[in-house]
Design a protein around this ligand. Structure first.
Ligand SMILES: [Zn+2]
Ligand SMILES: [Zn+2]
Length: 245
């Protein structure tokens, strides 16, 4: 048994966001206080990529100008700030699978109305180094939970290429070069995705470079269009609660 699983076994259940003990009545791995603190991405946002548009000086969004044409709509439930950060990165208080299932349901609950046209779901594969460190692919668990919530199948159309390094160790331009060729399209992809509305699912959106690479990799399978959702999204400091305005 891994150490984390052993702790779960011994200790009373704790909130995955704040570490407070959960009451026996609590069916979720996250306490009510933390759930209420998960605020929406501040409006107004770009209609396409969901990035906050700030004070309205720029008439069009600079974030998604160079995105592949088939990536048409991207949203996240909440900014990457506490307690969302703890939920996607911490995972030390509670079984990670339960938290992943909760995150998938939460995406479905908050964004489900916009996802009614989705026909197939594809998880963004976690890098091998992250898999080694964590021992699991959180995006896959979130995708399966969201698929069950929406009643849509999850396709294994994408996998990691052999040489991809973790995105957390590289920055900016280097980051984009690194994710290019990072994904491999599976042989089943065309049969499962062609002509369909596909939803990419990840735990966190940071620069969007990973989604761009995933959408480019899916292109030969000829999906009708690609949407993407994540639980959390990294925003500039000005948009983070408590950050400089
Ligand atoms: Zn909590
Ligand atoms: Zn945009």
């Amino acid at each position: 048994m891994r150490a984390a699983a052993l702790l779960d076994f011994i200790l009373p259940p704790a909130c995955a966001g704040c570490g407070e003990a959960l009451s026996n009545r609590e069916a979720l791995p996250v306490c009510e206080n933390c759930r209420l603190r998960l605020r929406e991405i501040p409006a107004p946002c770009c209609q396409r990529c969901g990035f906050p548009l700030g004070t309205g000086h720029a008439p069009s969004c600079q974030e998604c100008r160079e995105w592949p044409g088939n990536l048409v709509w991207v949203r996240a439930v909440t900014p990457l700030e506490s307690p969302a950060t703890e939920l996607v990165h911490g995972l030390k208080y509670q079984g990670w699978r339960r938290v992943g299932i909760y995150l998938g349901r939460e995406i479905g609950r908050r964004l489900g109305r916009a996802l009614l046209g989705v026909q197939v779901i594809v998880a963004v594969p976690t890098s091998r180094s992250r898999m080694r460190r964590r021992g699991y692919n959180q995006a896959q668990v979130i995708a399966e939970s969201l698929g069950a919530t929406l009643g849509r199948p999850v396709s294994a159309a994408l996998s990691r290429g052999p040489s991809a390094r973790s995105q957390t160790t590289v920055r900016g331009r280097q980051r984009l070069a690194n994710v290019k060729d990072a994904f491999v399209l599976s042989p089943c992809a065309k049969a499962e995705l062609e002509g369909r509305v596909v939803l990419l699912v990840d735990d966190v959106i940071t620069t969007g470079a990973t989604l761009r690479a995933a959408a480019l990799t899916l292109s030969p399978a000829q999906p009708a269009s690609i949407l993407a959702v994540s639980f959390a999204r990294r925003l500039p400091m000005a948009h983070i609660e408590g950050g400089p305005r």
